[in-house]
Ligand binder design. Structure first.
Ligand code: HSE
Length: 439
């Protein structure tokens, strides 16, 4: 039976899951594949800490070179994360004609052009299903199953940690910091949890999703990113009263000559499927011109769900190796020579519905002044809530307003003007509402 040798760089949570899965399902996979998949070496700087799986000591090394320089190894799994040395290791492995499997969304989102182009030059493949949506087969879905479609929109929950936090805050009234700690203990969070909380991890995943959906190069910095650290219980409660739940959404919408790409906390109708994606689960609501709505759901983080995606890629590449082929499916859905730059719509130009919460002094004429500012900026009010006459720290009352569809540029200008009048105290909280576009 043919043997395919594999090296693993990075023996953390997902790396441990991959080893476990290869051990528990190795025989079955061998039968399905018709070849032996042999994990030859595991490299990690820490080879002493106990992992939840047992491996022969001789397999472990602190030196990734032992994998990169081994001519017998034909597939390298990179699970160390971060930009360097992961980038250099991947480039070097590809130069040595090794195929790559990686979950490194941060690296692919920011250095993907260089890495994908190098892979094309070397004629090697890169499996990166685990980099977006954990266990969910979104990469394969976009590159293969939905390739006949023009993708009209994608609304996604792409970060398990922030979804876990928002779920616990919403359903159990828990405090932000305490829930973040739980998510870290469960192994969902990034090494730097600000990536999770501030929407950066979601943006990495959206950048990759965009390049596959539209077969184009994405400039990561052009994506509008806001995280969930400004969300408090009071907004969760008002959202509930208005019939919404707050989720950190990744949004991509095809416009005439550009694409809207934004990440921010969003109020969505409580009965929409996405509003019911809870805990660390991720989901994608994709609308294709031919397929119409497609909904994908699964665990977006965690040891075994992510390992499932990594080993899936390993098998895919091994199947090609056995057939003597490579790169059956282009890495970004299109032939490399027709990939072009994507034009993302400036945030100022987007049009959506808004929720504002601010504190205003409680006296006659205040609301008319505020609605005057909104009216002058072409913003039409859909609803207003003022709860009782309880005064807050500013000696003011909290007021919530929602708007009909308005232009972001006008909304930002109105908020600035509201901040300048003495009847509005403190900062105005803005949360965008997506309702009609989700239907
Ligand atoms: N930190 C990521 C998350 C892990 O919370 O979703 C999976 O990419």
């Amino acid at each position: 039976m043919k043997e395919i040798y594999v090296g693993l760089i990075g023996f953390g949570t997902v790396g441990t899951g991959v080893v476990k899965l290869l051990q528990s399902s190795g025989q079955l996979l061998e039968k399905q594949l018709g070849a032996k998949l042999i994990l030859k070496k595991i490299a990690d700087l820490d080879i002493t800490t106990h992992r939840d799986v047992s491996v022969k000591k001789s397999m472990l090394t602190k030196d990734a070179r032992e994998i990169l320089d081994d001519p017998e190894i034909s597939i390298v799994i990179e699970l160390m994360g971060g930009y360097e040395p992961a980038r250099s290791f991947i480039l070097e492995a590809m130069r040595k004609k090794k195929h790559i499997v990686t979950a490194n969304k941060a690296l692919l989102a920011t250095h993907g052009n260089e890495i994908f182009e190098a892979a094309a030059e070397e004629g090697v493949d890169i499996g990166f299903e685990a980099s977006v949506g954990g266990t969910i087969p979104i990469i394969k879905t976009l590159k293969e199953s939905l390739v006949a479609n023009r993708i009209k929109s994608i609304f996604g929950i792409l970060n398990g940690t922030s979804n876990y936090i928002l779920t616990k805050m919403t359903d159990e009234g828990k405090d932000f910091g305490a829930v973040l700690k739980e998510a870290q203990e469960l192994g969902y969070a990034e090494a730097d949890p600000t990536f999770d909380i501030e929407g950066i991890d979601t943006a990495h995943k959206l950048a990759l999703t965009l390049s596959l959906s539209y077969g184009k190069r994405v400039k990561f910095d052009d994506i509008h990113i806001e995280g969930i650290s400004t969300i408090s219980q009071i907004d969760i409660e008002f959202a509930r009263e208005l019939g919404y739940r707050i989720k950190l959404l990744a949004i991509a919408i095809q416009r005439e000559d550009s694409i809207e790409a934004r990440i921010h906390p969003t109020m969505i109708p409580f009965d929409h499927l996405l509003a019911n994606v809870n805990s660390n689960f991720n989901a994608f609501h994709i609308v294709g011109d031919a397929a119409d709505s497609v909904f994908l759901y699964g665990q977006g983080a965690g040891m075994m769900p992510t390992a499932s995606a990594v080993v899936g890629d390993l098998i895919d590449i091994s199947r090609d190796i056995l057939k003597g082929i490579s790169r059956r499916v282009p890495l970004r859905s299109r032939r490399e020579d027709i990939i072009e730059d994507i034009r993302l719509m400036p945030m100022d130009d987007i049009i959506t519905n808004y929720y504002f919460r601010f504190s205003a002094v409680d006296r006659p004429g205040v609301l008319s002044r505020i609605s005057g500012i909104l009216g002058e900026n072409d913003i039409s009010i859909a609803s207003v809530i003022q709860k009782g006459r309880t005064q807050d720290a500013y000696g003011a009352v909290p007021i919530v307003m929602t708007t009909h569809e308005s232009k972001e540029k006008n909304v930002q200008k109105a908020l600035k003007e509201m901040g300048e009048v003495d009847i509005v105290k403190g900062e105005t909280i803005l949360i965008r509402i997506e309702d009609d576009k989700l239907k």
